[in-house]
Ligand binder design. Structure first.
Ligand code: AP5
Length: 214
């Protein structure tokens, strides 16, 4: 089963992805995470994209597709969840071809809808554990014990370099310009499913899980 999460920055794609991975056996393919790994390891690719990502610009299709091709070559299991990919029409067409070659197809694309004011609140409040990457939100999703990660006990947290108002406005602009056209692309394929992602984390999860018949 191949599932895609489509939606603007901060709509909750990563949060819902984590749940499908932990509870439903999906393999998570997030191009944002793959790029951040390259940056943390200071590879040539990471150094090339670091400033682009921090400012909120999209990374070139070719770079993204080379990361995805490498990832698909070594993918375990049959349930794959793409989070934040594809983000352009060229990426979507390339994904269709790559999947076809593997005898797979796109089964469902969840189209996350959240109003812009809420996206700003979610992004400005987001922070994550340095050690295990668990994602929180100040003030709505805080660790149970102040300053201690619920999952690994670490005391260190960080914010993403692109989680600021200036970068977010560029990310939203790019989303409208380059990614929104994918709605009609997936609608024509009859795989698009609209989700009201302004609801609570558990309500959004329920809707996704029941749509997938899990
Ligand atoms: P990427 O890492 O993909 O980021 P994004 O799409 O901008 O999405 P985010 O990770 O910011 O948000 P999310 O929807 O996952 O929200 P989350 O669940 O964390 O991409 C980053 C950059 O990499 C791009 O700008 C670009 O430069 C580059 N890039 C990546 N892929 C690319 C591609 N394919 N092509 C070109 N460039 C690419 O939630 C946000 C906050 O809200 C959290 O604090 C969370 O706790 C909270 N929250 C979540 N759900 C709820 C809820 N239901 N109720 C209340 N709070 C909630």
């Amino acid at each position: 089963m191949v599932v895609i999460f489509l939606g603007p920055p901060g709509c909750g794609k990563g949060t819902q992805a984590e749940s499908l991975v932990n509870n439903n056996g999906f393999v998570h393919v997030s191009t944002g995470d793959l790029l951040r790994k390259e940056i943390n390891e200071q590879t040539d690719l990471g150094c090339k994209v670091q400033a682009q990502m921090a400012s909120g610009q999209l990374v070139e299709d070719q770079t993204i597709l080379s990361l995805i091709t490498k990832k698909l070559d070594s993918l375990p299991g049959n349930k794959v969840l793409f989070d934040g990919f594809p983000r352009t029409l060229d990426q979507a067409r390339a994904l269709e071809e790559l999947l076809q070659a593997l005898g797979k197809k796109i089964d469902c694309v969840f189209d996350f809808h959240v109003d812009e004011k809420k996206l700003y609140e979610r992004i400005v409040g987001r922070f994550a554990c340095v050690k295990c990457s668990a994602v929180y939100h100040d003030p709505s999703i805080m660790p149970k014990v102040k300053g201690v990660c619920d999952y690994c006990g670490s005391h260190e947290f960080e914010k993403r370099s692109d989680d600021n108002v200036k970068s977010l406005s560029i990310r939203l602009e790019k989303f409208k310009e380059m990614t929104l056209p994918l709605r009609s692309f997936f609608e024509e394929m009859k795989v698009l499913k609209k989700i009201d992602a302004s609801k609570s984390v558990s309500q959004v999860r329920e809707e996704i899980v029941s749509s997938l018949g899990l």
